[in-house]
Design a protein. Structure first.
Length: 349
């Protein structure tokens, strides 16, 4: 029997045991590449190291290492943080839960308090405005009327008239237009003063306030210098149209049949006085103020005021009286149909 013990479990002799010990020493003492201070001292450690390296090799190189090797690093300002699907899903779920829960109770309370404060302020403001408006309306309705309108409102219209008269002049002409702009057929703008029983053959124009009685036929009027103009007719309701007027200047008629002394106003009426207007002398003497007997190259029709009407483009349509029966010179401000209904007496634009 040998002095060297024999490994009963492995069946190895003394030589095999010595060689195994030598191999073990080499394994225990030889450092692994890149790991100068990490010795592997026993078979269990070797087995654990082998198992750890195998999954790493299967996974391949780390992304950081691959990026450093294969591509140049992007500038720090342009790089985006790396995320994984699990993180993105978690962030989405968190956002959904936050939206489902709604605003924080503190924020909701602040909003509610602000809304209540604004509601109270709005209610108080509306109440004060309503009370002030009602008080003003009650005050106006108890004021004395002048020409059918409470005096404060009439004063406002008179102020507008003063401003308009300050820049008005006979040299200030309204625009004229080419024949292509004429509206055909011309629109009607009312029938006040147009008695359906009117007889055109019996019509005469009376001029009152001249040096002597003046009664004129349509032929007498046509004997005065003729004038044509294409101007804009403006209705106070907001619409307008371009039309052609043919007639004689009111200034020419007044020069042919003048008043005995200087006057400030001209009054005009329909034959039955169903409609009447007043004019300031400046507007009456304007070169575009015509006594018109034709519209758009045709004699006036009955609805348009035959046989003679006023065409005054410096005034709104309410001053363009149809079927003139009387012209009167006066120093007393004449009555005006629509001014008595609360409109501006001057009615210029």
């Amino acid at each position: 029997m040998s002095d060297d013990p024999v490994d009963q479990a492995s069946g190895l002799g003394p030589r095999a045991s010595v060689e195994g010990d030598q191999a073990s020493e080499k394994t225990d003492t030889a450092p692994a590449p890149g790991a100068d201070a990490i010795p592997v001292s026993d078979p269990a450690s070797q087995e654990l190291a082998a198992e750890t390296s195998e999954p790493s090799e299967a996974r391949g190189p780390r992304p950081e290492a691959s990026e450093k090797t294969d591509t140049a690093p992007a500038p720090a300002s342009d790089s985006a943080p790396l995320t994984d699907p699990a993180s993105e899903e978690l962030a989405a779920e968190t956002s959904e839960r936050s939206e489902a829960r709604g605003p924080r109770p503190e924020a909701s309370g602040e909003v509610e308090r602000e809304l209540k404060r604004l509601s109270r302020r709005g209610f108080l403001t509306a109440g004060v405005a309503a009370a002030a408006g009602y008080g003003t309306w009650k005050w106006l309705t108890t004021r004395q009327r002048i020409d059918g309108l409470q005096w404060p409102l009439r004063r406002v219209l008179q102020l507008n008239e003063s401003v308009a008269e300050s820049y008005f002049g006979t040299a200030r002409l309204t625009p004229t237009f080419p024949p292509s702009r004429i509206k055909r057929p011309a629109r009607l703008n009312g029938n006040l003063g147009l008695d359906p029983r009117f007889d055109p053959a019996a019509w005469r124009l009376l001029v009152e306030g001249a040096e002597g009685p003046v009664t004129l036929s349509l032929d007498d009027i046509k004997a005065l210098p003729r004038h044509d103009q294409i101007t804009e007719f403006r209705c106070i309701e907001g619409w307008s149209m371009i039309v052609k007027w043919t007639g004689v200047r009111l200034a020419d008629l007044m020069a042919r049949f003048p008043p005995p002394e200087r006057v400030n106003y001209i009054a005009m009426e329909t034959p039955d006085r169903g409609y009447y207007v007043g004019l300031d002398m400046q507007s009456a003497m304007h070169p575009q103020t015509l006594l018109a007997y034709a519209l758009n190259d045709e004699l006036l029709s009955m609805p348009h005021g035959a046989p003679l009407r006023l065409a005054i483009p410096v005034k709104y349509g309410i001053k363009n009286i149809k079927r003139i029966g009387v012209i009167r010179y006066t120093n007393v401000r004449p009555a005006d149909f629509w001014a008595e209904q609360g409109y501006d007496w001057y009615a210029g634009h």
